[in-house]
Each structure stands twice: as structure tokens, then as C-alpha cells.
Design a protein around this ligand. Structure first.
Ligand SMILES: [Zn+2]
Length: 246
């Protein structure tokens, strides 16, 4: 099979043997893949270490293999994002980690590729990194098909005064329907309307929203309940996310 050339973001890098690396990539053409890049760590290698560093935006040839591990070759660095502050790096790497944890292998999803690109570019200038993180998460959950529906009760479709948030249904449910999900939690009108704003606004404009970190953290918690409902992961993937909001 001829190789495919693809643009991608490096989600994870593991050194392999003496001179190689194994990369987990989110590619435009193939979705998430793993590949080996041979010999790049040997002395005198013409490929700069940034080209195979976590977070790098590169293009590379992929020789697809039957095994989980594909063969990569001739990578070119398209961009390494140098953010001005630690918080932006923190948010960027949290996002890459979430994509690694939650996306299945080999499922093409260009919208995720473009979402990473847009967030990274916006992080270069945006000062409200915690809002960008939320903007990412709400969109990511939507792409994965887990929600989040906020317009009316997800079950009876009626508009009500008071709502609960159901991780199972991926959205709000009314007080008459809240028996359907014993794990649902109360959600205020204010939080619902903030979530709507973040979903609606263009990512590059998210900075104009005036949202307190404490409310942002509440929304992040609801997002995590939704993601948690859909996985059997037994490790704490949301660990350290609180650092983004405090
Ligand atoms: Zn209802």
C-alpha cells in the first residue's frame, strides 16, 4: 500500500529502544493512530527533536500496517506552539491528553483535528485559558455524541422552570423526569445560560465572556460527569484539571 501523507498533532511520545520513538498522533486523514519513527534520536540525525515532541504540529508519511503500530517517515515540523505562559501550555496538554484518552483509534474525525488547531492558535493570544478549555470540552463532548443538550428537557422535551443535569442523557432534564437518572444533579438557570453562550460563541471570541472561574469549574464538573458516564476507564483522567480553574 502506498504511504499516506497527513498533517497531525503529536498527542504522546515514548522513546523506544536506542534511537526510535513511538508517537500517538491525531491525524487529519486517519483520526488517531500510533506509529514508530525510526532512528530519529541517533546522533547526527537531521530531524530536530521538536519534530517528534508532544504537542508539535507536523506532517508525516504513514505506511499503514496490519498491526497497531504504523511506520512513520520523513516528518516535517509545521509548527511548534510557543505559548507566552504556563497556563496556556497546561490547557494545551490537558486537551491533547483528553483526545488521546477518549477518541477511538482509526476513526477519521476532521472536526477534532481542526478543533485542536483552532484552540492552539487561540491560546497564543487569549488570556482566559480556562474558558478556552471549557469551549474545547463542550465541543469535544458534542463531537463524541454524548451531549450536551440544554434547550429543554431531554426526556419529555418540555420547557420548565427548574432543571437537573443528567450525565446519562447528556443534558438537562426537568423535575418530573429526574427519576430517570438517579445520578442527575441540580443545575441553575445561570449555569445553563453560561453553557449556552460558550457553545454558541466562536472560539476566538470566547475571551469576551465574563465568567467567573468558580462557575467555569462547575461546568467543567458537569462535562466530566458526562464523559465519565460513557467510559470504563479506571484511572483518574481529570486529575489536575482543577489547576486550570484555581
Ligand atoms: Zn421532562
Amino acid at each position: 500500500m502506498p504511504p499516506i501523507i497527513t498533517e497531525c498533532f503529536i498527542l504522546k511520545k515514548i522513546n523506544f529502544r536506542e534511537t526510535s520513538v513511538i508517537l500517538t498522533l491525531f491525524t487529519k486523514e486517519l483520526g488517531k493512530i500510533k506509529g514508530i519513527l525510526k532512528g530519529v534520536r541517533k546522533e547526527g540525525s537531521k530531524i530536530s527533536p521538536l519534530t517528534f515532541s508532544e504537542g508539535a504540529y507536523i506532517s508525516t508519511f504513514v505506511y499503514k500496517k496490519k498491526s497497531e503500530l504504523n511506520l512513520l517517515s520523513s516528518p516535517t515540523l509545521l509548527k511548534f506552539f510557543y505559548f507566552k505562559d504556563k497556563d496556556s501550555f497546561k490547557v494545551y496538554f490537558h486537551i491533547l491528553k483528553l483526545i488521546d484518552v477518549f477518541t477511538p483509534d482509526l476513526e477519521k474525525e476532521e472536526s477534532i483535528f481542526y478543533l485542536i488547531k483552532e484552540i492552539a492558535e487561540t491560546l497564543e493570544t487569549n488570556k482566559k485559558q480556562y474558558l478556552l478549555f471549557l469551549a474545547f470540552k463542550l465541543r469535544f463532548i458534542e463531537i463524541l455524541g454524548y451531549g450536551i443538550k440544554l434547550d429543554k428537557c431531554c426526556i419529555c422535551e418540555k420547557e420548565m422552570e427548574r432543571y437537573f443535569f443528567s450525565p446519562k442523557k447528556g443534558g438537562v432534564i426537568c423535575k418530573n423526569c429526574n427519576k430517570e437518572d438517579p445520578n442527575c444533579v441540580k443545575i441553575s438557570k445561570k449555569i445553563i445560560s453560561i453553557m449556552r453562550f460558550i457553545k454558541k460563541i466562536e472560539i476566538k471570541n470566547v475571551e469576551v465572556l465574563n465568567i467567573k472561574k468558580i462557575d467555569a469549574e462547575k461546568i467543567n464538573y458537569l462535562c466530566n460527569l458526562t464523559l465519565y458516564y460513557h467510559t470504563n476507564l479506571n484511572f483518574i483522567w481529570w486529575k489536575n484539571e482543577k489547576n486550570i480553574f484555581r
